[in-house]
Design a protein around this ligand. Structure first.
Ligand code: C2E
Ligand code: MG
Ligand code: MG
Length: 403
């Protein structure tokens, strides 16, 4: 698309800035540029059928309607174009505004700090693409408790396994069990779409039992094939409300012939617990029974630090939102380092989740994190795919841990 056909709206309260950027744009051959010095005027433009802008250069600090409020109005006015954020604020403020705009599903081409650099401006505008017609919004089907209950009985829940590897050597130490629903008509349903339902409808104990039973059988099969893997299973806080769950797990594992030391139980606290005492008792006794306990998604949720103080965890999983991209984001890096420091001081094994690329991997090596898990290493897979992946990994790993 030619620069001259892209409609650009400048919104800034300083007339001087408007003039300056308009001049830059005209030198870049953008000719359809319109300037506004206040939000309400800009919204009128957004509403016009013929002149609705493709791209808005938005100053986030304005008297009256500020940039963040303006974005909310853009959503109400169904704006389908893109935004470039402009501000003299520090990088962290710009980052959080960007997050907010994206959360509203508005495209952000990028951020510009004042004084605006013409080359950067040109580069950001070059990213603009006309919005796809009907950009297929993903339809999330909702299921009923009855459907989920029936699916469990029919054996439609299947375990996938994602490897956890040592950062220093690349050695595979274990896998995390991640459940999926193999739906006969809807395809593979990820757990985020039915774990909450299981928790609300009282099906979560049954679900965890299914997952655990299958994971134990798989661990045995691997053992017999000469593969000694630690196997992690996710527990819901709702599993920890009744002492009978403890007896069930201890019993099941002892009958399975798998050593509890080989089992890792991953716990998250995504909301407040009603009675912390029972959960605390169950977890402590699981630990006394030699199960390994892991605090999942560390750094998110309600009281990660309180949990860390009260529960004898063996492993700390740093949430993926602090891992992927940490090498280029100062705030993320600070949180990552603090979490890793806590794990080290408390003598817990550290695991980084969401390792998506080589930069993430190298960052972990540099920081001395113990274990890594993520798409860069392997996506979650059916147990049958593990041997082929292992063979592949042996080759890759040699390169990744050299030097
Ligand atoms: P989690 O325990 O934190 O598991 C990690 C999630 O991150 C998994 O999503 C995994 O597929 C995904 N993941 C792994 N590597 C990467 C990566 O490099 N990048 C990104 N962006 N994501 C990555 P999944 O399988 O969809 O599971 C989501 C959550 O559902 C899990 O988060 C866990 O809390 C829950 N869950 C899964 N299985 C069970 C289960 O059997 N019982 C319970 N109660 N919860 C489960
Ligand atoms: Mg987990
Ligand atoms: Mg996690």
């Amino acid at each position: 698309m030619k620069n001259s056909s892209i409609r650009i709206l400048l919104l800034d309260d300083e007339p001087f800035m408007l003039k300056l950027i308009a001049r830059m744009l005209s030198q870049l051959q953008f000719t359809r540029v319109f300037a506004c010095d206040n939000g309400p005027a800009a919204l009128l433009r957004v509403d016009s059928a013929l002149d609705c802008p493709d791209v808005i250069l938005l100053d986030i600090n304005m008297p009256g309607m500020d940039g963040v409020e303006f974005v909310r109005h853009l959503v109400e006015h169904h704006f389908s174009g893109a935004i470039i954020l402009v501000s003299g604020e520090d990088e962290r403020v710009l980052q959080s505004v960007e997050k907010l705009v994206r959360a509203h599903r508005i495209t952000v081409l990028g951020r510009l700090n004042k004084p605006v650099d013409p080359q950067l401006l040109a580069a950001l505008l070059a990213r603009w693409r006309p919005p796809l017609q009907q950009a297929g919004s993903v339809v999330r089907k909702t299921f009923s408790a009855g459907e989920l209950g029936a699916a469990m009985i029919k054996g439609e829940l299947v375990n996938y396994y994602q490897p956890k590897v040592m950062v220093s050597s690349g050695e595979v130490v274990g896998v995390e069990t991640l459940v999926r629903w193999r739906h006969p008509t809807e395809g593979m349903i990820p757990p985020d779409q039915f774990i909450g339902l299981a928790e609300q409808s009282g099906l979560i104990d049954q679900l965890t039992q299914l997952v655990l039973t299958a994971a134990l059988a798989q661990t045995r099969a691997w053992q017999e094939a000469g593969l000694s893997l630690r196997v992690a299973v996710n527990l819901s806080m709702d599993n920890l409300t009744d002492l009978s769950f403890l007896n069930y797990v201890v019993d099941l594992v002892s009958k399975s012939g798998v050593a509890p030391q080989q089992m890792v139980l991953e716990v998250t606290e995504s909301r407040l617990m009603h009675d912390q005492r029972i959960a605390l008792e169950i977890l402590t006794r699981l630990r006394l029974n030699r199960f390994r306990l892991s605090i999942d998604d560390f750094g998110t949720g309600n009281s990660s630090l309180t949990q860390l103080r009260d529960i004898p965890f063996d492993e700390l999983k740093i949430d993926q939102s602090f891992v992927h991209g940490a090498c280029s984001n100062e705030t993320q890096r600070a949180i990552f380092d603090a979490s890793l420091g806590l794990a080290k001081q408390l003598k817990m094994e550290s695991v980084a989740e969401g390792v998506e690329d080589l930069a993430d991997w190298n960052f972990l090596r540099q920081r001395g994190c113990d274990l890594a898990q993520g798409y860069f290493i392997a996506k979650p897979m059916p147990a049958a795919d593990l041997p082929a992946w292992l063979a592949d990994w042996e080759v890759r790993r040699a390169q990744l841990v050299s030097n």
